[in-house]
Design a protein around this ligand. Structure first.
Ligand code: CMC
Length: 396
């Protein structure tokens, strides 16, 4: 292998095929199982999109009702999971809390399962596990925000759909329909995006025949980073730093002089704009009007216009979703956990797809360390084993 064969960051590498979603940067489109994400966001509840990602088709009314019944039955936090969350320090990032909670749920669910040889589970078991995680994550995220504010847990409400119940458990009230709708759209837009870093992480873990919970836990760790899911939270910090639209130009002079990455802009795949942004921007506009916050729109527009004209780098989904979640009333640190609650649907769809046609994911590396050398004074007590015929890297 020569150094020129290396694709650092796996840029441009097609690692496998997937039927879950298609990202097309040329046409600026994103399809979930063939459906444009904009159409899904405009017409579907998030539960129906979750069903689509897992099963390949949109649900019939009966199938949607059945999924909703199961989802409602698994919304509540158990005392044990709540106790596990309470062990996480209040000043730790809530992504650590979400990761811990999913790990504990997995350990409880798989308790007594014995050998790791059985860990990967059947397709039916993993679909049931996916639905249970999807159902309980809003309670984990909502409780995380509430306990940081010194507020108590709010029990789920069976008369509310997913999005409205999520907001109810977080804030103790159900906002206007337009607000619930904007939140529902954001959940749909975040749900799936092919082989992004966290999804790929989940597939790597699934490819070892480990269990679904381990794969989701690893994916949460990958999503936490500011180059991936953490960017929506970072966007709000940028907004706070700038303060007002009229400061954008001078703030940007300084940030670019210091070679800072401007959070919420740029994308590994989309180089001419993220296909999800117009839909999320429309949802943000709805919230700006509802909460009468033209200052947010002014700052948003000013930073976008200035950065695009200077660098030709366009906003990604995190750019409109950060201020949208802020207007909805979520604390900034809760933004990336919201991303988890949505993306768990895509992760689990990919985990099941990986398991259905598995090949262990194990790339090679080009060695760049010192030439072979030996520990001073070491005398081998057996004849040297000739390894010269082995391939460049042994397994492991
Ligand atoms: N601010 C300033 N410069 C940027 C930015 C940005 N946000 N994004 C890219 N660039 C520059 C970068 O400095 C580089 O310039 P040069 O060639 O002069 O060194 C060039 O554009 C190419 O950037 P790159 O980092 O090599 O591109 P990439 O495809 O590896 O990175 C990215 C994509 C998303 C990591 C990057 O654009 C970035 O760090 N953006 C900010 C973080 C962010 O918003 N992440 C959310 C991504 S979308 C949601 C998600 O998937 O979770």
């Amino acid at each position: 292998m020569t150094v020129t064969d290396i694709r650092k960051g796996l840029v441009g590498v097609i690692a496998d095929e997937t039927a879950v979603s298609k990202v097309n940067p040329e046409t600026n489109s994103l399809l979930y199982r063939g459906y444009p994400v904009q159409e899904l966001a405009a017409t579907q509840p998030f539960e129906a999109v979750a069903y689509l990602l897992w099963n390949g088709e949109l649900p019939t009314p009966e199938q949607l009702a059945a999924l909703r019944a199961t989802e409602r039955a698994h919304r509540a936090l158990t005392d044990e999971v709540r106790a596990a969350i309470d062990l996480v320090p209040l000043d730790a990032h809530p992504m650590d809390e979400v990761r811990t909670a999913v790990s504990v749920i997995g350990a409880q669910d798989l308790a007594g399962s014995g050998s790791v040889m059985d860990a990967s589970g059947s397709a039916e078991e993993n679909l049931a596990r996916s639905i249970r995680l999807f159902a309980v994550l809003p309670a984990i995220v909502a409780y995380g925000q509430r306990r940081r504010r010194g507020e108590g847990l709010i029990a789920p409400r069976d008369d509310l759909d997913y999005a409205a119940n999520f907001l109810w458990m977080t804030f103790g009230e159900v906002p206007d329909e337009v607000v619930v709708d904007a939140f529902n759209r954001s959940m749909i837009l975040y749900a799936e995006h092919s082989f992004n870093a966290s999804t790929f992480t989940s597939r790597v873990i699934a490819s070892t025949l480990s269990d679904l919970y381990s794969a989701v836990t690893g994916a949460i760790g990958a999503l936490k980073g500011p180059l991936h899911g953490g960017a929506n939270e970072a966007v709000l910090h940028v907004f706070h730093e700038i303060g007002d639209a009229e400061n954008v130009s001078s703030w940007l002079d300084d940030a670019l002089a210091r070679k800072r990455k401007i959070m919420g802009f740029g994308h590994r795949v989309y180089k001419r704009g993220d296909s999800r942004v117009p839909t999320m921007k429309a949802a943000l506009d709805t919230l700006v009007a509802h909460y009468d916050r033209p200052d947010v729109a002014a700052l948003y527009d000013a930073l976008e216009a200035e950065f695009v004209s200077r660098k030709g780098i366009y906003p990604n989904l995190d750019y409109p979703s950060g201020p949208a979640y802020d207007l909805l009333g979520f604390d900034t640190v809760t933004f990336t956990p919201l991303f988890v609650a949505s993306r768990v649907t895509g992760w689990t769809a990919h985990i099941m797809e990986q398991q259905a046609a598995n090949a262990l994911i194990r790339p090679l590396s080009a060695y760049s360390g010192p030439d072979e050398r030996h520990v001073e004074g070491y005398v081998p007590d057996t004849a040297a084993i000739d390894v010269s015929e082995r391939p460049e890297e042994a397994a492991g």
